[in-house]
Design a protein around this ligand. Structure first.
Ligand SMILES: Cc1cc2nc3c(=O)[nH]c(=O)nc-3n(C[C@H](O)[C@H](O)[C@H](O)COP(=O)(O)OP(=O)(O)OC[C@H]3O[C@@H](n4cnc5c(N)ncnc54)[C@H](O)[C@@H]3O)c2cc1C
Length: 197
């Protein structure tokens, strides 16, 4: 696709985050969205990621965001026809100090307050779940049954496919080099192939 000369919303970068933003803007009914990627989709850090999806975070909002991600990964493949290799196999977090154990328990209490499913385990219970891990020095553990793993590049391609089907335009091999501003507004996105108003 050639570089359009105008767009209402320009997303810079076609990694997992940029393509997710484009997908969600498309879902919200935004029709005039353009993604610019200097290389190819998923050619940044997304390509290197292991794809581990852990929902339990130190902040309530981040956990809820990750919860939403897991719900979405469960249906994105059926929606877009692009495999994501989402595998909700569960995750185990080990605490190897009293301080870390207190932190995990605090996170668990917050998460339980909005019906997030997790189980606190003794070192022996954690070892029984995953015998390859040593229980030496382990104070406690948290098991989240519906954490899992996803294939990051495929996930990004699924977002991109979903975004395109909502009318989002994605152009690869375009390097954004700067912006022209007018007050607090970005008037123009500058690229190595011309400007986008
Ligand atoms: C080794 C490794 C393992 C990881 N493991 C995990 C994991 O298990 N679980 C997890 O959740 N996270 C993991 N991460 C983190 C995860 O990869 C990143 O959080 C995620 O990929 C970030 O996505 P992004 O879209 O913000 O960035 P990127 O994927 O880097 O995308 C940014 C894109 O912007 C493009 N770009 C940059 N500048 C410009 C420009 N000027 N013009 C146009 N395009 C531009 C780049 O080419 C790139 O494609 C891991 C990361 C690494 C490196």
């Amino acid at each position: 696709m050639n570089l359009p000369s105008q767009a209402r919303i320009v997303v810079i970068g076609g990694g997992a985050v940029g393509c997710s933003i484009a997908y969600h803007l498309g879902k919200l009914g935004q029709k005039d969205v353009l993604v610019l990627e200097k290389s190819g989709l998923t050619h940044g850090s997304t390509w290197h990621a292991a794809g581990l999806v852990g929902q339990l975070r130190s902040k309530r909002n981040l956990t809820r965001l990750m919860q939403y991600g897991v719900q979405l990964y469960g249906k994105l493949e059926a929606e877009t026809g692009q495999a994501t290799e989402w595998k909700p196999v569960g995750s185990l977090r080990l605490a190897s100090s009293e301080e870390r154990w207190s932190e995990l328990k605090r996170m668990a209490t917050t998460a339980r307050s909005f019906d997030f499913e997790l189980h606190t385990l003794s070192p022996k219970e954690a070892h029984d779940k995953f015998p390859l891990a040593t229980s030496e020095g382990v104070v406690g553990a948290v098991f989240v049954p519906n954490d899992g793993s996803v294939e990051p590049s495929s996930l990004t391609m699924a977002y991109a496919k979903g975004a395109r089907s909502s009318g989002v335009r994605i152009v690869e091999n375009v390097l954004v080099t700067g912006f022209e501003t007018e007050g607090r507004r970005i008037k123009c996105v500058l690229t190595d192939q011309g400007a986008v108003d």
